[in-house]
Design a protein around this ligand. Structure first.
Ligand code: SIN
Length: 333
């Protein structure tokens, strides 16, 4: 009987499982083609690090992530987290929407006993200097590490450990594409060394339920000369929430403010986030008094904020017409 810790790998596809006809190509390839067992076999040293069991939960390009797959993935993570002899869980994922899945799992998982680590790759498995094998090894090292307990869902790529709440993809192709914009990385992993540099900013209290039915929440952007047609169409279609990718510190064009204020008065939750990619949207900045109807997403980007808003509205639909309640909730995320 091996004394190595038991680590579960849940595979969903992505570039880490991608293949190209040319080893020289790192951008022309098909994501989600190599089975997880083959990816694990390609890293023999893993057998010295953990007793690994793998499940092929899906095999998708993460641009096509769906609510149904989120439900399946979260259920598998929660199942394995409850098994007494599991030391850690690794989820392999495409990089394109990893930050959204990380936000979902951040809210849905209790990592006090079993760490949950997402990993991915920017280059397909067939590429020269493919990054997936090392990222997978590092993710397993982090998942089995006792100090990874209770830190929330983690993201490991390029030898950096990020908090799942904070991690975002900030480059189209570089292997160091993931950053934690405001807070910085949580730690590093270098060979056997797993070193945490700071505590997580915020951890959810009790895990949130993954919605059985997701309320419709969409993202609209503020830019020069916008019309109100998109907001009006979304409201007419029955949307429950709108996240604004606003300019700067949450500034929204006056035409859009008028449309969004009408939406808020009609019972649609409206959230101000920033399209800048970094920084906190403060409450006091917006010059239009109608913007008081819109809560701030804090430092969450529009895509992460949308996940939180949809999950929050599924828990409590009354939040849609309660900007103060929504504001309190986002202040704690
Ligand atoms: C994907 O997100 O599935 C494709 C892109 C990637 O993993 O880097």
């Amino acid at each position: 009987m091996s004394l190595l810790p038991r680590v579960i790998v849940l595979a969903t596809g992505g570039t880490i499982a991608g293949t190209s006809s040319s080893a020289a190509s790192s951008t022309r390839y098909q994501a989600g083609t190599v089975p997880i067992d083959a990816l694990l076999d390609a890293v023999p040293v893993l057998k010295q690090v953990a007793r690994i069991e793998a499940e092929q939960v899906a095999q998708v390009d993460s641009k096509d992530m769906s609510f149904a797959l989120w439900a399946t993935l979260a259920a598998r993570v929660l199942y394995w987290s409850a098994q007494p002899d599991v030391a850690g869980i690794v989820v392999t994922h495409g990089t394109d929407t990893l930050e959204e899945t990380a936000m979902l799992l951040h809210l849905a998982c209790d990592t006090a006993r079993v760490p949950v680590v997402l990993t991915a790759a920017m280059r397909p498995a067939t590429s020269l200097s493919a990054d997936g094998a090392l990222n997978l090894l590092d993710a397993v090292r982090v998942a089995r590490h006792p100090e990874s307990m209770g830190k929330g869902v983690l993201v490991v790529l390029n030898q950096v450990i990020h908090a799942g709440r904070d991690a975002v993809k900030a480059h189209t192709s570089a292997v160091n594409a993931f950053v934690s914009p405001l807070a910085g990385p949580l730690g590093i992993v270098q060979d056997e060394l797993v070193r945490y540099l700071r505590a997580p900013v915020a951890l959810p209290g009790a895990p949130w339920a993954v919605p059985a039915a997701w309320p419709a929440v969409e993202i609209v952007a503020s830019y020069a000369g916008p019309g109100r047609v998109m907001v009006d169409a979304l409201v007419a279609a029955g949307v429950r929430g709108l996240v604004v990718a606003a300019a700067g510190n949450g500034s929204i064009h006056e035409t859009l403010v008028a449309a969004l204020a009408d939406a808020a008065r009609a019972g649609v939750a409206v959230l101000r986030s920033s399209r800048t990619g970094q920084g906190h949207v403060t409450l006091c900045r917006h010059p239009d008094p109608q913007a008081g109807l819109f809560a701030s997403a804090g430092d969450l980007n529009p895509y992460k904020a949308r996940v939180v808003l949809a999950m929050a509205l599924a828990r409590d639909p009354a939040l849609a017409s309660d900007p103060s309640g929504l504001q309190r909730l986002f202040a704690e995320i």
